[in-house]
Write a protein of this length. Structure first.
Length: 135
């Protein structure tokens, strides 16, 4: 219900997130392949800067996952807030049930916080691998 309201109201972060979906789908699977391809080119064919450039391009592709995760945070937190408000406003849940509903919706929103942290750490992993190869 929260996302439906966001869509109906033209909630800008939801629009931004929706526009990022194709890039994220592309970057999620292609980014690591491009990174590893660049490393192999560098190792096997001694192409130096070209291999590094290819790897960093892969990092940029995969970076879209982190951007998407960060843009998703306000969308999900807002959707949970809107849903709680509606459930109480239209007497779908009473005051006594509202605490339980809040707990569940907050837990759902926190999964996106964890996903954002995981995406950022995965991006950092690839960056550290590339930076570590330069030593």
């Amino acid at each position: 219900a929260g996302h439906a309201l966001q869509h109906a109201k033209g909630y800008v972060p939801l629009q931004i997130r929706s526009s990022l979906v194709p890039a994220v789908q592309f970057g999620t699977w292609l980014g690591p392949i491009v990174i590893i391809s660049g490393i192999f080119l560098e190792m096997l064919f001694q192409v130096g800067p070209l291999g590094a450039a290819i790897s960093w391009f892969g990092v940029a592709l995969y970076g879209m996952v982190s951007v998407f995760a960060l843009v998703t945070l306000p969308v999900e937190l807002d959707a949970s807030g809107r849903a709680k408000k509606l459930l109480y406003q239209y007497n779908i849940v009473d005051r006594q049930e509202l605490d339980g509903v809040s707990s569940v919706l907050n837990a759902a929103a926190w999964t996106y916080v964890v996903a954002a942290i995981a995406a950022i750490l995965q991006l950092a992993y690839w960056v550290f691998i590339l930076l570590g190869r330069r030593r």
